[in-house]
Design a protein around this ligand. Sequence first.
Ligand SMILES: C[S@@+](CC[C@H](N)C(=O)[O-])C[C@H]1O[C@@H](n2cnc3c(N)ncnc32)[C@H](O)[C@@H]1O
Length: 239
Amino acid sequence: MLDNQPQIPQNVEVIWKEDVAHIAAHYQQKLAKHGVDSPKSLGGRGEAPDFTFFDHLLSGVSLPDEYSVLDIGCGATTLPQYLREQFPDQKLAHYLGIDLVPEFIEASVLAYPESNFITADFMDRDFTVERSDLVIANGVLVSRVRHYEEYVEAFLRKMIETSSGVIAFNLITDVDPDSPNYANHVDVGRTTFFPREDLEKLLARLPLQSVNVTDHRSFPDATDTFVWGAVGGLSCLSG
Ligand SMILES: C[S@@+](CC[C@H](N)C(=O)[O-])C[C@H]1O[C@@H](n2cnc3c(N)ncnc32)[C@H](O)[C@@H]1O
């Protein structure tokens, strides 16, 4: 157990709801400081959007001629533009972005008026949607909640239930213990990490047909692990 909390309480969903509210407040503080146009409001370290995360996340994924996307934790939303540029021969037929933070959703609606957005917690029992070809969560599972390992597993299982093709997500799997960026990584809402060996055990438990795992040292003090997995029998993957 990562948290040294041996038992999962029956009310874990209530605990996660409280902790997710901390995550939202954390991003709202960043928003107030940096403004919605700065990637720093989303925890980025530079002033320009970093599309290399999507490159790593979607490397080897192929999509059907017309495809749908659920973008969990869309933030200020950059994925549709990226997808249209990287997959010019396929049509992004339906995009739904969801995020905890209403200010991000308001900015996203202005940027992509033709797309669909909802302010919602993906883990909320009441949040249900039709399956999408690609269900993606970039930078979403790196925030600490209590019973973090179980939260990640429950989140990924819900992603699988919501996908008819591929799920894609990333985790931080190793950090420099001396880095100030991760000094408080066990505090709720803080950026945290999920050890690589625990991720491998988790992936083996999940109902995925195949998985693709890539490590990348995105920053000098941390390793990101990018995962995509094929769901069900009608996968649309190459690679
Ligand atoms: C690091 S940002 C990434 C934003 C975007 N995916 C990108 O690549 O630019 C993480 C986002 O996930 C959102 N988030 C975290 N947990 C969530 C949840 N349970 N449901 C919906 N959104 C969530 C946060 O509010 C935040 O906007």
